[in-house]
Design a protein around this ligand. Structure first.
Ligand code: HEC
Length: 243
């Protein structure tokens, strides 16, 4: 039935003149005539129903997604008492991968007291990383040996104390970590630029720098201390550095 009504609809659509002039012979054989023409006019809506349903369905799908209740970012809300649609983080939750449970590692302190040991194993790789990070982030002011005469200081910035002073040689690793994390006096903090692990790498390297200027012959591992030439008069090892 569907097929025959579609066939009947086709010639009607834009061919008024054709019909007035008489149907072609083939068509009249298939039943074109005044009677069947009336019938086709009556059945016309039948052909449009599926189309209309499709359109309605398609429009319905779009509307569902478009009109769902939601807040756009930072829009106000009358639903929550504080009037804000953005909700604070539920206390005690952390984003995946950002749990900072190890207080010593992430703050350099335990119960507000700086740690006296590095909270990670020190190996050559860590020292190399520390040297690289120190030269990038600290040497512009502190100099490559930590004596405090970096290029920025040469240009007029306040001179930091040398890392070779007794006070800083005796300072705990956690203290250095804290200074990098929170800054100190006019020195800005490097929390955003230097990740916690890299901060510890820098601290380990500073310890190496300090040792390098205060090493005794017996500190040379595997070597024969008696083979170490004595420092030249005037103290070559602790000679003032240029940058
Ligand atoms: C922009 C220059 C600058 C940079 C870069 C810089 N510092 Fe400093 N730092 C200073 C100055 C200046 C002081 C002294 C601050 C004061 O006395 O007000 C200082 C002080 C310190 C102190 C000594 C705190 C004390 O007790 O006297 C330490 C430790 C230190 N910096 C470590 C670092 C490390 C590690 C880095 C690299 C991550 C670094 N600084 C990068 C300028 C800098």
């Amino acid at each position: 039935m569907w097929r025959s009504s579609a066939q009947r609809l086709r010639p009607e659509r834009g061919a008024g003149g054709k019909r007035a002039g008489g149907a072609p012979p083939g068509e009249s054989e298939r039943g074109w005539g005044p009677a069947s023409s009336n019938k086709s006019r009556r059945s016309r809506p039948n052909g449009l129903v599926p189309l209309a349903i499709c359109l309605l369905l398609a429009a319905g799908c779009r509307q569902d997604m478009h009109d769902q209740p939601k807040y756009r970012g930072l829009r106000p809300s009358v639903f929550f008492a504080d009037g804000a649609s953005a909700r604070p983080r539920v206390e005690g939750t952390v984003a995946r991968g950002t749990l900072q449970e190890d207080e010593a590692f992430f703050t350099g302190k335990v119960s507000k007291v700086v740690v006296t040991e590095l909270p990670l194993a020190v190996d050559q790789q860590l020292l190399d990383r520390g040297q690289e990070r120190f030269n990038i982030f600290c040497s512009p002011c502190h100099g490559r040996t930590g004596a405090g005469r970096g290029m920025v200081v040469e240009r007029g910035y306040r001179q930091p104390p040398s890392f070779q002073t007794d006070r800083l040689r005796q300072a705990d690793p956690g203290y250095f970590f804290d200074v990098i994390t929170n800054g100190f006096g006019v020195m800005p903090d490097y929390k955003a630029q230097v990740a916690p692990r890299d901060r510890w790498a820098i601290v380990a390297y500073i310890r190496a720098l300090q040792l390098s200027q205060h090493a005794a012959p017996s500190d040379i591992r595997g070597g024969d201390p008696t083979n170490v030439p004595p420092p030249p008069p005037g103290g070559g090892a602790s000679a003032p550095e240029k940058n």
